[in-house]
Design a protein around this ligand. Structure first.
Ligand code: EPZ
Length: 422
């Protein structure tokens, strides 16, 4: 397994291009199942998760052709469609569950393996299945698969109240509702930019959707959807991750394609910590105002709150802040696995349940550390970039799931980082 070697270095300067959003693309790709006409995605990120979704859709009978070195995905689902999503693919990536709604909408039935365990939490699918059941789907869990069947072969519109603003459940139900008979309303829908991006794509395909980006989403079912071409929205999590590089190391970096509206709550916390974010004609520029980062408290929430996917990276920044910061993780039950690794680098962190208390230390020290999940892996790289000495991050396959060309992008602004092939 490859590892990443980082040497703590000086200030950064230069530009980092931000790719299309992994979590938008993973929801957009299953939308090809909703039409027998071609759906083309541009600005797609080059990631292993995208390759896994490609493998899954191909197993269902969709054609997915990667063009322009993976930045364009030309897809078509002429049929026949295989409605069984096999465990050996689904277990690799939870987002595979986003084929459930489209398969039910297109074929009236589906067998989708449950994703199985995940490092950051149990991540059940009850909100997905309860919502689809309200739309007339009979769903049974047997031998690790969800066996779903729409009454009369077609889903019907329903009013669905979500107990929690689940991103994946909002995406599954929204896609299923585009071809249902009648109108579906989701109350307490997720409001993430990736939801709005999916709604934009579905509207381009002929869907009738209102309220995306708000807590009340309304979808008027239509008989069929046609093909479209859609540009994947900028990845706000990659953006926030790289905004923290100059924040942690000092210097000034421009994030090409960055947009403040995608990360307002995160930018507010950066400002409170002493980091300046300004808009440029090509994106966002980030610089540290003072030598010392100020301690800030962070609580993760559904959008528009502070993103859980940036919690680990923010913790890396706060390890050397002037004071004590309290981070509350409200979305997942086990998302502090980066804390013990940061402690190996000299951080002073105490974790109690969903709360981590970070007492700032003067400087971290490089050490061998282990990536445990996608976002934890990059928080260790950020910490290593400002630590004294060398940090080796192992198990970087986690990194390849969500960050394209991370070594190239960080070397491009002066980081002393390399990938060690094993
Ligand atoms: C999406 O996951 C993202 N993944 C996650 O990003 C992100 O952390 C998460 O949303 C929250 O923003 C993709 O978009 C592919 P949820 P998702 O349904 O849809 C519980 C990354 O690093 N829940 O909003 O799975 C669940 O257990 C990944 O890129 C239920 O209880 O998130 C969790 O505690 C990690 N029942 C919380 O809700 C359900 O039916 C949030 O889950 C569904 C969810």
């Amino acid at each position: 397994m490859d590892s990443i070697l980082v040497r703590g270095g000086g200030k950064l300067s230069g530009q980092i291009p931000i790719a299309g959003a992994k979590n938008a693309c993973l929801a957009l790709m299953p939308a090809t199942l909703l039409s027998d006409e071609p759906l083309t995605l541009t600005n797609a990120p080059r990631l292993s998760d995208i390759r896994t979704m490609t493998e899954l859709l191909s197993s269902l009978g969709a054609e997915v052709t990667s063009l322009q070195e993976g930045k364009v995905l030309a897809m078509a689902s002429h049929g026949p469609i295989n409605t069984r999503a096999e465990y050996d693919i689904v277990r690799k990536m939870r987002a595979s569950n986003l084929v459930l709604g489209p398969l039910l909408a297109r074929e009236g039935h589906a067998e989708v393996s449950l994703p199985g365990g995940c490092a950051i939490g149990a991540r059940p699918m009850d909100i997905h299945t309860d919502g689809l059941a309200k739309m007339g789907a009979q769903i049974d869990l047997r031998d690790g698969y969800l066996h779903a069947k729409a009454d009369g072969g077609k889903l019907r519109g329903a009013v669905i109240d979500f107990p929690f603003a689940s991103v994946g459940a909002t995406e599954n139900i929204m896609m299923a509702a585009t071809l249902a008979k009648g109108t579906t309303v989701i109350n307490n829908a997720a409001r993430e930019p990736e939801i709005v991006d999916l709604a934009d794509c579905l509207r381009a395909m002929g869907a009738q959707i209102d309220g995306d980006g708000t807590s009340t989403l309304s979808i008027q079912g239509v008989d069929r959807l046609h093909g479209a071409t859609h540009r994947v929205v900028t990845d706000r999590i990659e953006l926030g991750t790289y905004m923290l590089a100059p924040a942690i190391c000092g210097g000034e970096v421009e994030l090409l394609g960055g947009r403040i509206d995608l990360l307002a709550a995160f930018c507010e916390k950066l400002d409170a910590a002493g980091i300046s974010v300004s808009e440029t004609e090509n994106g966002l520029s980030v610089t540290r105002r003072e030598d010392q980062i100020r301690a800030v408290d962070v609580t993760t929430e559904p959008f528009p709150g502070f993103p859980t996917d940036l919690q680990a990276q923010m913790m890396a920044l706060l390890c050397t802040a002037d004071g004590t910061s309290v981070l509350e993780e409200k979305i997942f039950e086990n998302r502090f696995m980066h804390a013990p690794e940061l402690i190996r680098m000299g951080a002073d962190i105490e974790v109690h349940g969903g709360t981590a208390t970070v007492k700032g230390v003067a400087k971290l020290k490089g050490a061998p550390v282990m990536a445990t999940d996608l976002r934890a892996s990059v928080s260790l790289i950020l910490a290593g970039m400002a630590a004294e000495g060398e940090t080796t991050v192992s198990r970087v396959y986690h990194l390849d799931r969500g960050y394209e060309h991370v070594v190239t992008k960080l070397r491009g602004v002066g980081a002393d980082i390399e990938r060690i092939k094993s």
